[in-house]
Design a protein around this ligand. Structure first.
Ligand code: HEC
Length: 144
């Protein structure tokens, strides 16, 4: 076994790199939720979050919700989600983003695979914004 000792640190680095790449693309698990009971985890200055919440933020950005709700969720033609998330149930959130409220100008997103995969992370992200725990703007994953 002695001859492998030089290779082990290299292996560890390789695993760390592939984990980072994997979490950029893969569906997040909800193991953070199961472990802590919290819907999101935020650290540091409010810009580091768990993988699921990060995927939610990426979904927010990719689907351009800020066009109508504002870059900081403050509201534009759509309502302030900072305010909405304090009263909207998770079920109502889900049906609103999936089915939209077409006659009122909120489009449906059920055709988006990214939304289907990440809506709970998006819910967590917006709750964190509404709670004032997650900062607006760019986020990174805890420990990455
Ligand atoms: C084209 C503009 C537009 C876009 C894009 C848009 N929304 Fe909306 N959204 C609205 C409008 C307008 C309403 C208010 C509907 C109403 O009056 O009931 C709304 C309502 C909502 C509500 C319910 C708020 C409440 O208080 O009941 C949520 C949650 C929401 N939007 C989330 C999102 C998310 C997440 C995205 C991106 C995936 C998004 N919206 C994209 C226009 C938009």
């Amino acid at each position: 076994m002695r001859r492998y000792t030089g290779a082990l640190p290299l292996l560890a680095v390789t695993v760390a790199i592939s984990t980072a790449v994997f979490s950029e693309n893969a569906a997040p698990s909800s193991k953070d939720e199961a472990k802590t009971g919290a819907i999101y985890t935020v650290e540091g200055d409010g810009t580091q979050v768990d993988a699921q919440t990060l995927a939610g933020w990426k979904t927010w950005r990719a689907l351009a919700c800020e066009r109508c709700h504002g870059a900081e969720q403050e509201g534009m033609v759509g309502p302030s989600l900072i305010a909405s998330m304090k009263v909207l149930s998770k079920e109502d959130f889900h049906s609103t983003i999936m089915n939209g409220r077409i006659e009122k100008g909120m489009p449906p997103f059920n055709g988006s695979a990214m939304m289907q995969k990440n809506w709970e992370g998006l819910y967590a992200y917006l709750k964190g914004r509404s709670d004032g725990k997650i900062k607006p703007g760019r986020l990174t994953e805890i420990g990455k």
